[in-house]
Design a protein around this ligand. Sequence first.
Ligand SMILES: NC(=O)C1=CN([C@@H]2O[C@H](COP(=O)(O)OP(=O)(O)OC[C@H]3O[C@@H](n4cnc5c(N)ncnc54)[C@H](OP(=O)(O)O)[C@@H]3O)[C@@H](O)[C@H]2O)C=CC1
Ligand SMILES: O=C1OC[C@@H](O)[C@H](O)[C@H]1O
Length: 402
Amino acid sequence: MPSPYTIRWGILATGGIANTFCRDILCDPATRDVSDVAHEIVAVASSSSASRAEDFIKEVKCPGSPKAYGSYHELVNDPNVDVIYVATPHSHHFQNAMLALEAGKNVLCEKAFTVNAAQAKKLVETAKAKNLFLMEAVWTRYFPLSIKIREMVKSGEIGEVQRVVSDLSFGAVKDDGSYEFEDSHRMLNKDLGGGALLDLGIYALTWVYQILYHCQPEPREAPKVLASMSLYEKTGADEMTSMMLQFPKTKTVGIALTGLRVATQPDAVGSPASGPACRIFGTKGEIQVIGPLYRPTHYRVLKKGGQPGVVEDVKCPIPKDPKREGRDGDKEGWGHGMAWEADEVARCLRDGKKQSETLDWKESIMIMETMDEARRQGGLEYPQLIETDVFDPKSPLNGGKS
Ligand SMILES: NC(=O)C1=CN([C@@H]2O[C@H](COP(=O)(O)OP(=O)(O)OC[C@H]3O[C@@H](n4cnc5c(N)ncnc54)[C@H](OP(=O)(O)O)[C@@H]3O)[C@@H](O)[C@H]2O)C=CC1
Ligand SMILES: O=C1OC[C@@H](O)[C@H](O)[C@H]1O
C-alpha cells in the first residue's frame, strides 16, 4: 500500500479548540478508515510564551519533537510547516490568517472565518495572489453524516426541499439570569468578537447553506436576509439572533436561530426528546438532525405516507482511537470529529487545490455577508481594531511584535 500523504501542521494558539483539534489529528487515521492522508504536528505557537507552547505539546502528547514558539510570527516563518491552523478568538482570525498567508503559508482558520465579509474577501484575494490554500474550519461540513444528508437532498430522497429550520442555542444562564460566562469571556466580549451569531449562529447558518445553497445547481443564488437581534445590555454582544433567508429563484426559505439564554435542547445535549435541532422539509418527506448542530451524530428520515411511527433512525458515532490514552478520564480514547476536516486539507494540498469544494471561498464569503446583514439590521458593531480589513503585522492581535 502506498504511504499516506502526510502534512505538517503549525498550530497557532493553545486554547481549548487547539487542544481538541491536535488530539484528533494525532489519532490513527485507520480508526476512521482513512489511509491516503496523515498528519504531523511540527510546531506550536503561543502568544503568551514559548513555555506555554511546550506545555501544550505535552498536554496533547504530541509525538516527535515539535518546535515551541513564543510568538505567532516565529511560527508562520518556520520553513518546516505546510499549513497553519488558526485557533484564536474571532477577533484575531483576519490578522492571524493574513500573517500566515503573507509568510507564504497555507491556512485552515477556525470559524467564524472573520469578523466581516470585507476581511474574508481580503484573505481570499491574498490566498489567490500567493497561490495558497485557504479554508474556513467548519468541521461539521466534513462529517460523514453531513455528506450523507447532502447526498440524500441532491438525489431527491425527500422530494424537493422547500424549507430548512435550524437552531443552535445554549441556555448559558444561571437561575438568577446572569451568564455562566464572565463578561470578559470570548462568548460575550465584543473585543474578542463575542456573541451568539459569530460563535454558534454560524452552525445554524451552515445547515441552511449546506442544504439550500450548496445543493442548488449552478449558478447558485444568494439569499435575501431578514434578521432580528437582541443585544446583551452589559457588553453589547448579541445574545439572540434569528435570521430568515429567502432564496427567490428556488422559492426556498431557511430559518437560522441562535441564542445564549435559551437552549435548543434544554434536557440534555444530543437528546432527541427535545426534538430535532434541524428540520429539512421536502415535498416527499423530512430529514431531522438531532443536535448539537456543530457535532451531530444522529438523524432521522420521515417519509410522506409512511407508517405512523416508522422512521429511518440513523446513528453515526464518531470513531475513537483506542490506542490513544483517554482524555480527562474519557476511557473511550480520543476522537471528537475534527480530523475529517483536517483530512480534507491534506487531500486538497496533495491535489494542488487552493480551496475546498465542500466549503469554497465564495460560500464562506456569502455566509459572512449574511452575518454582516444580520448585524446591520440588529445594530451590532465591533471595535475598529477587529473590524478593520487592513492587515497590520504589528497589530496587538498578532502579538504586537514584527
Ligand atoms: N470547531 C469547534 O467546534 C470550535 C471552534 N471554536 C473556535 O475556535 C476559536 C478559539 O476558541 P477557543 O479555543 O474555545 O478559545 P480559547 O479562549 O480557549 O483559546 C483561544 C486562544 O487564542 C489565543 N489568544 C490570543 N490572544 C487572545 C486574547 N486576547 N484572548 C483570548 N485568547 C487569545 C490564546 O492562545 P495563546 O495564548 O497560546 O496564544 C488562547 O488560548 C474561536 O474562533 C471559536 O469560534 C471554539 C470551540 C469549538
Ligand atoms: O464552535 C463551537 O462549537 C462548540 C461550542 O461549544 C463552542 O462555543 C463553539 O465555538
